[in-house]
Design a protein around this ligand. Sequence first.
Ligand SMILES: Cc1ncc(COP(=O)(O)O)c(C=O)c1O
Length: 393
Amino acid sequence: MGIPAYSVRMAKESDGAISALLKLTQQPDMISFGGGLPSEESFPVEDLKNIINDITADLNGGVLQYGVTEGYLPLREEIVKLMASKGVQISVDEVLVTAGSQQGLDLIAKAFIDKGDKIIVESPTYLAALQAFRMYEAEFIEAPLDEDGVIPAELDRILATEKVKLIYLIPTFQNPSGRTISAERRKELMEVIRKYDVVLIEDDPYGDLKYTDDIYPTMKSMDTTGQVLYFGSFSKIIAPGFRVGYSIASAPILSKMVEGKQSCDLHVSIFSQMVIAEYLKRGLLPEHLQVINAQYKEKRDLMLASLEEHMPDGVTWTHPEGGLFLWLELPAGMSSNELLPEAVNQKVAYVCGDSFYAAGEPKNAMRINFSNATKENIVKGIITLAEVIKNKM
Ligand SMILES: Cc1ncc(COP(=O)(O)O)c(C=O)c1O
């Protein structure tokens, strides 16, 4: 057979970063700081077993039959309550249950993006969002950032001069950098956004994983014009295997996303939705968050202390107040891509920084995850990584 006639958008060579990453995390003796996996000890196994037993004890049409695309109503009702706790008053008509928040990213691009349409992204940003948006042949504009996040005047300048369809931000405990947009900055950004005919996607899978008492209001809670779409997920706070996330949007936008979802999978597994709905209904989430936040804070602190102790001068890293990642910068001129084969050889994996930039640069950074490795392996992995870096300096 000759070369298959792939569509133009799929024919482009992928750098395979995500597949390569998932493969690396599977090697048994690898200390992987690479994936974005929650730790297995964070899963609320006993409560989930009880819920699953209760659901399967009474298997009936409610579980086994097709459902509506928008999602299982009791789950959407629970999501309405969850959003109220984040300062967002909505009705069930503004909730779409998605197969993880990843699917929301696909559906929103499907609804809005034609070839060449522009999306403003942070640099760096979540690599699988770039991947989802690229499928619809979006063009990216990287928004300039400072320590507080996207710079409002710069956003204003871009929006005044370019026709932009979407802005994609991860304001809280960002993937990959671990950074958070300050509360004041959020207000300023919202003022800019209100001036333009543009939609902001607030992607927030990490907002509940916080290790300080600081409170960051969601940007959706400041939305007075219906321009903010909020994407949430149960992957990092309950378990990713259920593949349950959600999109909050005004009813007209949501109906476009519903249409897009119908053409690919009709709806999220009813069983998964029931488990998550019941978990929320039983009021188990707040206490569970306290437990896992304490576990993750300990791991974050351990990784920060190990970095402090072992990294050579010239290497810097972020101090995230929540989420799962830190962002490490090597001295200018060094490349994390060039270090990776040796690091993998020494059984430590990370993700190279360039994968998180729409334009693929710069190369002197890496994302490291502190949630998944054991405490022993966090220390061991950082010592090894520091040695690999020192040997290349
Ligand atoms: C910023 C961000 N958005 C969305 C997702 C997708 O998560 P899920 O589809 O499991 O909800 C992730 C997962 O790592 C993420 O980091």
